[in-house]
Write a protein that binds this ligand. Structure first.
Ligand SMILES: NC(=O)c1ccc[n+]([C@@H]2O[C@H](COP(=O)([O-])OP(=O)(O)OC[C@H]3O[C@@H](n4cnc5c(N)ncnc54)[C@H](O)[C@@H]3O)[C@@H](O)[C@H]2O)c1
Length: 346
């Protein structure tokens, strides 16, 4: 039986949208599961060739959009296209509104992280997907990132014994790739939510994906740019069994490129991903560095989402209810930061 090729749209062609565009070009060339047919950005200059200085070097591409139907309004796109799925790569404050619009028009939605700025937004998105019988997934891409997939496997297998400690970090320069002639929505609390929601959310999602929801969090952080939310944060995740899990984020590093990594220790083994090196030691083994197969998490997440739609597969890796839990955790961290580290129960 011939398998269906899903007709896809892409909304938002800024830094992240360009990354998705690169992957869609790959899907179109492969021709087996997805075909990008239309793109949308309120700013038509985004359809031209572009070389955006984004924080993820590997995601850059400078293609123009002449191969696709182009729209400057989501409503026009919906009125003229019969889409099966859409990727939403809009500024965070538009995630809920755009997701609801596409779900209600019968389109499956892959929306960029963070899911929303409030739990009400997350609930609206989940309820709309259920009501419309369409799939919703949030781009919590670490779940599809090889180094984190390996760690998840180690935790699940239990071969390294019980988790003792874990440290997760990411940081780099303040996001400014989108500020040509416009205000930077990333630095407005009500638009981007600060580094704590925008960037730290990746590690928060990984912490709860790996170890489950903690019973409380204790966080401290600083607002660096007036009008923004917390832009530095360090959090201790408090679990019943006392394991030491923490995560740190800071997007104010002068002159340093974006970086991320982790260290995770277990009763009988350990694993580190630092400076691009993946190093682990299982029970009775010596510490060894491994070359992991190159893979692109954004490509992987989009393919997985498309397979769930095409094959009627349940999304077990990254369901939207879990992304809501991640936002619940971040909001508890914000409440703790506001009380200078006082524990906040979940
Ligand atoms: N998964 C990741 O690793 C990752 C990395 C970076 C950013 N993101 C997320 O991706 C999202 C987009 O971030 P970005 O850096 O690409 O932002 P950006 O500001 O660079 O791009 C946003 C684009 O949306 C367009 N836009 C704004 N309003 C619109 C509207 N009403 N209709 C159509 N287009 C509209 C803008 O013109 C712009 O081109 C954010 O939520 C961000 O947190 C995810």
């Amino acid at each position: 039986m011939e398998k269906k090729i899903l007709r896809a749209g892409l909304v938002g062609l800024g830094g992240m949208g360009r990354g998705h565009l690169g992957n869609y070009l790959k899907f179109n060339a492969e021709g087996d599961i997805i075909e990008l047919v239309a793109v949308c950005d309120i700013d038509p200059s985004k359809f031209e060739k572009a070389d955006i200085k984004f924080n993820l070097e590997s995601e850059k591409n400078d293609a123009d959009c002449s191969a696709f139907r182009r729209y400057t309004s989501m409503d026009d796109m919906l009125a003229n296209e019969e889409l099966d799925m859409v990727t939403i790569a809009l500024p965070t404050y538009l995630h809920c509104e755009a997701t609801v619009k596409f779900l209600e028009a019968g389109v499956h939605v892959l929306c960029e992280k963070p899911m929303g700025l409030t739990l009400e937004q997350c609930d609206t998105m989940i309820e709309t997907a259920k009501r419309c019988g369409k799939q919703l997934m949030i781009g919590q891409c670490l779940r599809f990132w090889e180094e984190y997939r390996q760690l998840k496997q180690i935790v699940e297998d239990g071969t390294y014994g019980k988790p003792l400690s874990g440290f997760f970090y990411r940081g780099g320069q303040t996001p400014r790739w989108n500020v040509d002639g416009v205000e930077n929505w990333y630095l407005k609390k009500e638009c981007g939510g600060g580094a704590i929601i925008d960037q730290h959310v990746h590690d928060v999602d990984m912490v709860q994906y790996l170890y489950g929801m903690p019973k409380a969090v204790s966080s401290v952080g600083m607002v660096v740019h007036p009008g923004c939310n917390f832009e530095t944060v360090t959090t201790n995740y408090i679990y019943e069994d006392g394991k030491s899990i923490n995560a740190q984020n800071d997007w104010n590093w002068t002159g340093q490129p974006f970086f991320m990594g982790y260290r995770a220790n277990f009763a009988e083994g350990s694993v580190r991903w630092e400076n691009g090196q993946f190093i682990k030691a299982g029970p009775g083994e010596k510490m060894t560095q491994y070359e992991l197969a190159k893979s692109n998490a954004y490509y992987n997440e989009t393919r997985y989402f498309a397979e769930c739609i095409r094959d009627g597969k349940e999304n077990t890796i990254n369901p939207p209810e879990s992304s809501r839990d991640t936002i619940r955790l971040v909001l508890a961290e914000i409440a703790s930061c506001e009380q200078n580290g006082a524990p906040v129960e979940l």
